[in-house]
Design a protein around this ligand. Structure first.
Ligand code: BGC
Ligand code: NOJ
Length: 830
């Protein structure tokens, strides 16, 4: 089946039928106000924190999956339908959904009436706009009635969906003119409310769900739209909704545009009430005043377009591959904005009431975001760092609103702290801003330190955190001198210390075996990388002694990796609590894992210039990945998948073979292999592997793949699963950032460095070259790479603005230029 296509010129994915194989999602919002919006206008909205400031309601795991959202019902002479098909599901004469950068536009038509809904959040604003355009394409006068509907949530989403003994008694609203003010809990501790309004006069409203929908009805048969009128209900308790009726009269060929606005309003210092029970609505009025004319609505939408044009302009390319091209120029960068903003909190698979921001997740998400808005990256790094504890462990997750660590999940995932080194170094390379290292972010358990005079002074600096992180891994090592794993490392499901036999407990947090010494080779590889990053940072800071100190720790770790980590054909994954290897030919199942191949290779183990005894192991390890783990649909996480549950290995063995961490194609870790191929100069492999998981390349098998073809999914079922090739958990995955890194820094080889912009491509031999425009430290580099001899790697000449510059180690090092300048770069491979 064909469900749609890319419109690359407009950076849109065009969905041509509403019954997609899964709900195909987009996000609206880029700063603080966000909404989820599916191709049938399903979804919900929240401000900053999907759990603590949920504005509209959503029911999970609904039947069908995609039910509840921003619904417009049309009653055209008694015929009731929705332009987005749901929830009435009347047969439409035409339907189209365009998911674009920060907006979704859904157009449906029936019997000569066309209704277009454009959903977006203007940059910097705390409201979403539903611009509606109604066109009479028939030959007769039409008098359609439109009913906009969405259900309010009582802000704290978990309480909202579980605590009815309270929530069904607290709902309050006020109606004024064309606006519905949702003020539940406003009389007491909240200083904020939600507002749903129309920019043109309304013919009616409802605020009580039972009145609008009908006590015994589903949304597909809602009372008011079918009756053709709202009843003016005033919610008192139960379930407040925002429903507004607009009655139109359109001559043949006529059209009319207006908007509904859903706003989150913070009252600030202004008095909360004008008189008892009557809110002071000044801030709300000011919000609505911004949209009084259709031209205002269009102007804010144009700002959104300009915002995205500006962001994406930081990195654009012309590549010989259409998939890589569109992912880089639009969708992959766009997905990076979503993961940066939302971490793993809220999607069609993440409820927004569980995980907040993940420590390791957000650090990795930053890697794909730095180049877009470095100032926001800076702030995020400091927020994350301050959820680290002074002993070096980290809160695994924190709430975006409070920025406080989540105590239920706690810490002791012994990879977490190392990702902070990666994100910080990447930030400094991007910006040159060393001052971030001096920021006093403080530890979660120690916000201040004592000065010489015994007085509290500013908290420990970010650099202190990085040192603590490195020291912590060195300190927490096991019998093989490899890092201890704790609850888990990057692979949350490799729980070597939990031994859980009780279904009612967490695989990760049910308590670690006392004094367990389970070790992780993957963390060791990550440490090789992180310590080398630290050394390079110290070199840049002209602190050679510190740099040497880092390299000494790295050498110690390298020894452990090459002694205890090598299995003969690949790197082992771990040692369990009893000291047995995991990911070894000695194992019956789970003989080889992907993560340790990726990280040991990227960390420099077994490199071509290593001492003779270990030289070439990286190539061997990668060849084993190719032989045992690669499939044309991506690299599976491990092989053979576990067929039975092992308490000593944890959650990884709980999944059926071929899914999730048990032998699924976990896209995130595939990208480390892509980078590994680039490191080894294998450009053909890098591109082949890159394309194997690229969503844009999945359109020909979309009925198997099922997920959105424009963003990455966390997982595709592996070869051991009956549904091999089926993707799940789209959008919020570390794949977004790492794929962008793999493509831009690995394949295209355009990487920020401390001393300049490095260009060291590793492309497929068949690529004749490519062009890229990269903004770096305020200057713009127009780079053309030529590959006349059909090689993968190796820069032989570099010209900048016509002048030849020396290449360094067969790579180009482009100088840092003054802000605002533009430079032509020509690079030849050979
Ligand atoms: C998932 C992992 C996740 C872990 C921890 C597992 O069920 O498969 O992807 O990281 O839960 O929440
Ligand atoms: C998803 C989690 O968010 C991430 O932190 C973890 O690394 C992967 N799953 C792998 O388990």
């Amino acid at each position: 089946m064909n469900y749609g296509h890319f419109d690359d010129a407009h950076r849109e994915y065009v969905i041509s039928r509403p019954d997609t194989p899964l709900p195909w999602l987009n996000y609206i919002g880029q700063d603080d106000f966000f909404g989820l919006c599916t191709n049938t206008a399903g979804g919900y909205s929240f401000w900053k924190d999907s759990r603590l400031r949920r504005l509209t309601r959503y029911r999970y795991n609904n039947i069908p999956y995609d039910l509840g959202g921003r619904y417009i019902y049309v009653n055209d002479g008694g015929s009731v339908w929705n332009p987005g098909w749901m929830p009435v599901k009347a047969k439409l004469d035409s339907y189209e959904c365009r998911h674009g950068m920060g907006y979704s536009r859904i157009v449906g038509s029936k019997d000569g009436l066309e209704v277009e809904m454009l959903f977006f959040v203007p940059p910097g604003r705390n409201e979403e706009v539903w611009k509606i355009t109604v066109r009479n394409k028939s030959g007769a006068v039409k008098k359609p009635k439109l009913f906009a509907y969405q259900e309010f949530c009582f802000y704290e989403a978990l309480n909202d969906m579980t605590n009815y003994q309270r929530t069904w008694s607290i709902g309050e609203v006020e109606v004024e003119g064309n606006a519905i003010y949702h003020k539940t809990e406003y009389r007491e501790r909240r200083n904020h409310y939600a507002l749903f309004a129309c920019t043109r006069p309304v013919a009616g409203f409802d605020t009580d769900r039972d009145a609008f929908v009908g006590l015994h009805n589903g949304l597909h048969e809602a009372t008011a739209p079918f009756a053709g009128k709202c009843s003016g209900s005033m919610a008192f308790g139960w379930n407040p909704v925002g429903a507004l009726e607009v009655d139109l009269e359109l001559a043949p060929g006529a059209e009319e545009s207006f908007a509904f606005v859903l706003a989150y309003v913070e009252q600030g210092e202004a008095p909360k009430f004008d008189k008892p029970f009557v809110m002071n609505k000044e801030v709300g009025h000011a919000t609505l005043a911004r949209y009084s004319k259709t031209s205002d609505i269009d102007a804010t939408f144009a700002k959104l377009g300009a915002f995205w044009d500006g962001l994406l302009a930081n990195f654009q390319a012309e590549l010989p591959d259409e998939h890589a091209n569109r992912m880089l120029n639009a969708w992959n960068q766009y997905q990076c904005m979503a993961t940066f903003n939302l971490s793993r909190s809220t999607s069609m698979y993440e409820t927004g009431i569980g995980r907040g921001m993940g420590f390791r997740d957000s650090n990795q998400d930053l890697l794909g975001f730095m180049h877009m808005i470095p100032s926001r990256a800076r702030e995020r790094i400091l927020d994350i760092a301050s959820t680290q504890l002074s002993d070096g462990t980290c809160y695994h997750q924190y709430q975006p609103l409070t920025k406080k660590g989540n105590a239920e999940i706690g810490g002791d995932f012994y990879d977490d702290h190392l990702w902070l080194v990666l994100s910080t170094c990447a930030y400094i390379k991007e910006t040159g801003d060393l001052s971030i290292l001096d920021e006093g972010c403080g530890y979660a358990d120690k916000k201040y330190k004592l000065g010489a005079d015994g007085k509290k002074i500013k908290a420990e600096s970010l650099l202190h955190h990085l040192e603590t992180s490195i020291a912590y891994t060195m300190k927490k090592r096991g019998p093989n001198k490899l890092p201890l794993i704790g609850h888990a490392d990057w692979n949350d499901c490799l729980n070597l210390n939990c031994f859980s036999t009780e279904p009612n407990e967490s695989f990760q947090c049910a308590g670690d075996v006392k004094d367990s010494k389970a070790e992780s080779v993957m963390i060791a590889g990550l440490f090789l990388y992180a310590s080398r990053e630290m050394a390079a940072l110290y070199d840049f800071m002209k602190r050679p002694d510190d740099s040497k100190r880092m390299m000494k720790s790295r050498a110690e770790m390298m020894d452990a990796v090459e002694h205890a980590g090598w299995d003969g054909e690949w790197y082992r994954r771990a040692y369990d609590a009893a000291g047995r290897p995991i990911g070894s030919k000695e194992n019956e199942e789970g003989k080889i894992f992907i993560e340790s191949q990726g990280w040991c290779v990227l960390g420099g183990a077994g490199a071509d210039d290593a001492p003779e005894a270990t030289r070439g192991r990286a190539r061997k390890a990668m060849a084993s990945v190719d032989k045992y783990l690669y499939t044309p649909k991506g690299v599976v996480l491990q092989q053979p998948s576990y067929s039975t549950y092992h308490p000593e290995l944890g959650e990884v063995t709980s999944y059926p073979p071929g899914v999730k961490e048990n032998g699924g194609i976990f896209s995130h870790n595939n990208t480390w292999i892509h980078l590994g191929w680039c490191l080894l100069g294998e450009g053909d492999k890098a591109l082949e592997y890159y394309l194997s998981i690229c969503p844009s390349a999945k359109q020909d098998e979309i009925d198997i793949y099922r997920s959105e073809p424009y963003v990455y999914a966390q997982m595709t079922a592996g070869k051991d699963a009956p549904c091999f090739g089926e993707a799940k958990n789209s959008w919020l995955t570390g794949t977004a950032a790492w794929t962008l890194v793999a493509l831009t820094q690995g394949i295209l080889g355009v990487k920020p460095g401390y001393e300049g912009l490095v260009v060291d491509p590793c492309i497929a031999k068949k690529w004749k070259g490519f062009k890229a425009t990269r903004k770096f430290r305020g200057a713009e580099y127009h780079i053309e790479v030529k590959n006349p001899k059909g090689v993968c790697k190796g820069v032989v000449s570099v010209k900048v603005d016509g002048a030849v510059i020396e290449s360094v180690n067969k790579a180009a090092l482009l100088p840092i230029f003054p802000q605002g300048t533009k430079h032509e770069v020509e690079i030849v491979l050979g």
